[in-house]
Design a protein around this ligand. Structure first.
Ligand SMILES: Nc1ncnc2c1ncn2[C@@H]1O[C@H](COP(=O)(O)OP(=O)(O)OP(=O)(O)O)[C@@H](O)[C@H]1O
Ligand SMILES: Nc1nc2c(ncn2[C@@H]2O[C@@H]3COP(=O)(O)O[C@H]3[C@H]2O)c(=O)[nH]1
Ligand SMILES: Nc1nc2c(ncn2[C@@H]2O[C@@H]3COP(=O)(O)O[C@H]3[C@H]2O)c(=O)[nH]1
Length: 915
């Protein structure tokens, strides 16, 4: 078992046997069978009776049927799950069986909320998505009526040579696609166990199939050993040893050392139920009254699941439930040496007595020992407990360790780890215990393991950074995951501490803070939620945590924790892992912000107009007193933004551009606002628009197109690894710097997507929108790959592939797909191959969106021999070198007359306070 320690938080590895519905169902089945067996014992029938008896009341019958049907349902679900799981999962689960890590079961506990057995068809992720959906989609939803409407670009009149319109529709209030997404196909099935059941099992008056270990306090000459650790560890016996068991007897086999190949124990335990025969009779009646068909299924299902009754143990002896290989001491009575001749075979491996829905934190054993006086406390309660579940004492090497009472699981270690008993358990009061044989226990654990593995794998598939990993990789990761839980306010990771683990949030939200060098204050960085990860930096760098991660959700946070080795082997190479929380970029951005902190609007001097956008003009400006450099100042009319309801898009543009630090994206240095306008001060790209060059040249050759496409691929790589979708690719939005490298500008439609989410806003430029945008199915970064294919085609031919006389016609052509488009001869086979792979109708099939991510595009044949590294370090010679004579040379831009509309009205409503 792995027990992990996290800075600031001790993480317990615990054993939970109560956490899975399969467990509960199997337990319940045991319960029924035990009654059945007991009934058999009562009626001295040698074999399990398959004949329904008429005994019992109809309420028992109902109970029995309900228990059976729950059990059947569970089995069916398990079967379904197992079918879903690939064979290799089962094989690997079986292999893992003996090394099963109990602590991993812990998380299921929280699922036991319902009183019924519920087969859930939706993942929590999906439910969460549904719950949060309306919040995350900032735009209202489109109705059938206004889907596919578009807003004519108001600048179109002024930009006559531009053939395109830009769209941005306020999404109407009802979204078909959203409704579809709210009912995704089931990705796995989980079961919930009824919470009330344990009480039923626990009650001494209930008809449960307890194993009863004597004895009541009053006639207790000696305690009885339920489970005993190997004798060689014990103190030398003070009393003479019992006579050696005869060969072949239960006792003889009881203490054989366990061989690794032994996967199940023979029956050896006995059941003694001096006070509970009545309840057993009743239970037998229940089972007996069950309709044949149900009973038959139950009996089938019960194969291999045997709950053993403890046969009467001599009063002076201690009942031994399990015992290490040893010579017996006189105080210890082998269960197999019971005087009752009906006791079954023993092989000495002992059996465990798991109670359902209980957690035994394994290493709290030691803690109890250290803290001591539990014995006293428990002694106090001793009498009270006698009639219920009883009390056992745990000792090791003759030394008292702890007293356990009530709902505790015993004897799991020897079975789980195929080892000898690690402690001795002695009944110090009459004990009512439940027992499950090794084989049954292992079956349960295996199934539990399979279910758990399937759940984790499905969850990982829903996490975007993992979605492209191969199934077997996901299974490997699932196998080593540890689930840990934190309370609100817990420091899951502490800045400066050593770190050895990587985390994926499976439930709840955490806050990321960083302590600045010069101050003790923790600066809030961001919130992370379900599907987000953290902890990669320490594993990639010098082991030290670079930020604090604090549990934020009132209901706590659950994380899947992965160790360094697995992280290095399977995860660390993923692009998003490398870039997601880019401190270097953030630091550079901070420097920039610092540099421009003191520059005001009044310090800027307008040189010329560079372009006209949807909301106003873009001017070339210089800072007064500094002629060494120039900037582009984008000036947007607030009234027009409000009219076209683009407030959210503008805020998003500012945020994304303001954070971006990529040489293929135009940098935003500072923003200003006044009553009429919002302003963005950006780096100026004086080489002009790629669109202008394309217009002048007609089309580009393969190599030129490759260079510009590669620049866009780099920009997309940067954005997509941060889950940002661009959504407005076209040559008009690609500007050349003075060297001839291309940069992406105009982030009006860019959006940071929530992990794993889609967006529905209908926006873009008609010729460039992807089919799923037109069909309002929800889109994500894959829509950008579509537009990349369109861009390639346009650069190679001078016209986009999907062009109609109006947007509606254009959409129709887009929906017919790329295969309906005739490719001109000048498009090479490799280029057309790449375009077709980018413009797949199905977003999931597009190159760039698949397993290898954007690197699949970079590796495409069309890019064979392309010097990506040279592009990245700007040593590659661009195909077209623009002529830029000075920092104020605007020769590469068209001329723009003054704005004929005059200044817009004031807008002081305050919507732009964060701009
Ligand atoms: N940083 C810059 N350097 C040089 N020219 C620029 C810069 N930013 C914008 N321009 C020019 O201004 C034009 C309009 O800019 P931009 O596309 O950002 O405005 P917009 O209002 O978002 O336009 P659109 O209506 O296309 O969305 C660009 O096409 C380009 O010619
Ligand atoms: N080793 C150990 N086992 C304990 C302790 N407390 C309870 N037990 C239980 O005692 C059981 C003895 O048999 P197992 O080794 O199979 O499994 C052991 C545990 O379930 C403890 O402090 N140490
Ligand atoms: N340094 C840093 N870490 C962040 C940021 N946002 C989230 N994190 C996560 O916080 C984690 C703290 O532990 P690590 O340094 O191992 O890895 C870090 C990142 O995974 C950020 O902006 N900067």
């Amino acid at each position: 078992m792995k027990i992990k320690h996290y800075p600031g938080k001790a993480v317990d590895a615990s054993l939970s046997l109560d956490n899975d519905s399969a467990m509960s169902a199997l337990y319940e089945a045991n319960w029924l069978q035990a009654h059945h067996q007991h009934h058999r014992a009562q009626t001295t029938q040698p074999t399990l009776s398959r004949q329904p008896s008429n005994a019992g009341s109809s309420s028992f019958l109902l109970d029995g049927i309900s228990a059976l049907s729950k059990y059947q349902m569970t089995l069916e679900n398990i079967r379904r799950l197992e079918q879903q799981a690939q064979d290799k999962r089962i094989v690997s689960a079986i292999k893992e069986l003996n090394g099963y890590r109990p602590s991993a079961l812990q998380h299921h506990q929280q699922q036991q909320l319902d009183n019924g057995w519920v087969a859930e068809e939706e993942t929590e992720a999906e439910e969460q998505q549904l719950r949060e959906k309306p919040k995350t989609d900032n735009a209202p939803t489109p109705s059938a009526a206004n889907v596919n409407h578009y807003v004519v670009d108001p600048t179109e009149r002024q930009r006559l040579p531009r053939p395109r319109q830009q769209l941005s529709v306020k999404p109407p209030s009802l979204r078909r696609s959203q409704t579809m997404l709210q009912h995704p196909p089931p990705s796995y099935v989980t079961l919930r166990a009824p919470k009330s059941k344990p009480a039923q099992h626990n009650s001494s008056n209930s008809s449960s199939a307890y194993s009863t270990f004597s004895s009541a306090a009053e006639d207790r000459p000696a305690e009885r050993v339920i489970c005993q650790q190997p004798l060689r560890l014990l103190q030398p016996p003070t009393e003479p040893p019992p006579p050696p068991p005869t060969a072949g007897s239960k006792a003889a086999r009881a203490f054989k050392p366990l061989s690794r190949s032994q996967t199940s124990v023979q029956r050896y335990a006995t059941i003694r139920m001096p006070n509970h025969s009545a309840s057993f009779c009743r239970t037998t009646a229940r089972a007996a009254e069950t309709p044949d068909i149900r009973r038959h299924s139950l009996e089938q299902a019960l194969q291999g699941l045997q709950l053993e009754e403890q046969l009467p143990v001599p009063a002076a002896a201690e009942p031994v439930v399990s015992r290490q290989p040893e010579r017996q001491t006189s105080r210890h009575i082998s269960p197999g040496s019971s005087s009752n001749g009906s006791a079954k075979d023993l092989n000495g491996e002992g059996f465990c007595i798991p109670r359902p829905r209980l957690i035994v934190p394994v290493h709290t054993y030691a803690r109890r020992r250290r803290t001591g006086n539990l014995k006293e406390q428990s002694g106090k309660a001793q009498d009270e407990d006698v009639t219920s579940d009883g009390r056992v004492e745990v000792s090791r090497e003759g030394k008292y360790l702890s007293t356990l009472s009530g709902a505790k699981v015993l004897g799991e270690l020897a079975i789980l780890y195929n080892c000898q008993r690690t402690a001795t358990i002695t009944a110090i009061t009459e004990c009512n215990l439940w027992a499950i044989e090794r084989q049954c226990f292992q079956t349960i654990m295996m199934r539990t393991g399979l279910i758990r593995q399937a759940e984790y794998t499905d969850f990982l598939k829903s996490v975007p950074i993992f979605k492209d990993l191969a199934e077997d990789t996901l299974i490997k990761i699932s196998d080593v995951l540890e689930e840990t839980h934190y309370q609100r306010g817990d420091y899951i990771v502490r800045q400066g501490a050593r770190g050895d683990t990587f985390f994926i949030i499976s439930k709840g939200k955490v806050r990321v803070t960083i302590k600045q060098q010069d101050t003790q204050e923790e600066k809030f960085i961001r919130m992370l939620g379900k599907g987000d990860f953290f902890g990669e930096k320490a594993l990639q760098g010098d082991d030290l945590r670079t930020a604090n991660i604090i549990c934020e959700s009132p209901e706590g946070v659950s994380c899947l924790v992965i160790d360094r080795e697995t992280f290095n082997q399977l995860i660390s190479s993923l692009d998003e892992i490398k870039h997601r929380y880019d401190d270097e970029g953030a630091m550079e951005r901070r420097k920039i912000n610092e540099e421009f902190r003191d520059i005001n609007l009044t310090d800027l001097r307008v040189i010329a107009t560079l372009g006209v956008g949807g909301f106003g003009r873009v001017e070339l400006v210089q800072v007064n007193g500094d002629n060494s450099r120039s900037f582009a100042l984008k000036q947007m009319k607030k009234s027009q933004i409000v009219e076209t309801r683009q407030q959210q898009h503008i805020m998003s543009e500012k945020e994304i551009m303001g954070e971006a630090n990529c040489q293929f994206i135009v940098k935003l240095f500072k923003t200003f606002k006044d009553k009429k306008y919002l302003y963005m001060l950006m780096e100026s790209c004086l080489g002009g628009e790629l669109w202008t060059i394309l217009r002048d040249k007609g089309n580009f050759d393969d190599a030129t197109t490759r260079f510009y496409t590669a620049c866009v691929v780099e920009a997309f790589d940067y954005l997509h690894s941060r889950n940002i979708i661009y959504r407005d690719l076209k040559p008009e939005n690609l500007l050349l710097d003075e060297k001839g490298y291309v940069k992406l500008v105009d982030f009006g439609f860019a959006k940071k997507l929530q992990t794993g989410r889609k967006t529905w806003t209908f926006c873009g430029t008609p010729e460039y929108v992807a089919p799923e945008v037109i069909l309002n199915r929800g889109h994500d970064i894959s829509a950008d790959y579509w537009s990349l294919g369109v861009l390639m085609f346009e650069l190679l031919t001078g016209t986009p592939p999907f062009t109609g006389s109006d947007p509606m016609r254009t959409y129709n052509i887009i929906l017919k797909g790329i295969d309906a488009i005739e490719f001109p001869r000048n498009i090479t086979r490799n280029a057309s191959n790449l375009i077709k792979k980018l413009c797949r109708d199905n977003p999931a099939e597009r190159l760039g969106y698949q397993r290898g991510g954007i690197s699949e595009i970079q590796k495409h044949k069309w890019f064979d021999g392309f010097y990506w590294w040279g592009l990245q370090n700007r040593s590659l010679e661009p195909p077209i070198k623009p002529s830029v004579k000075s920092v104020v040379d605007t020769a590469n831009f068209d001329d723009y007359p003054p704005d004929p509309e005059g200044p817009p009205p004031d807008d002081v409503s305050g919507w732009d306070k964060d701009f």
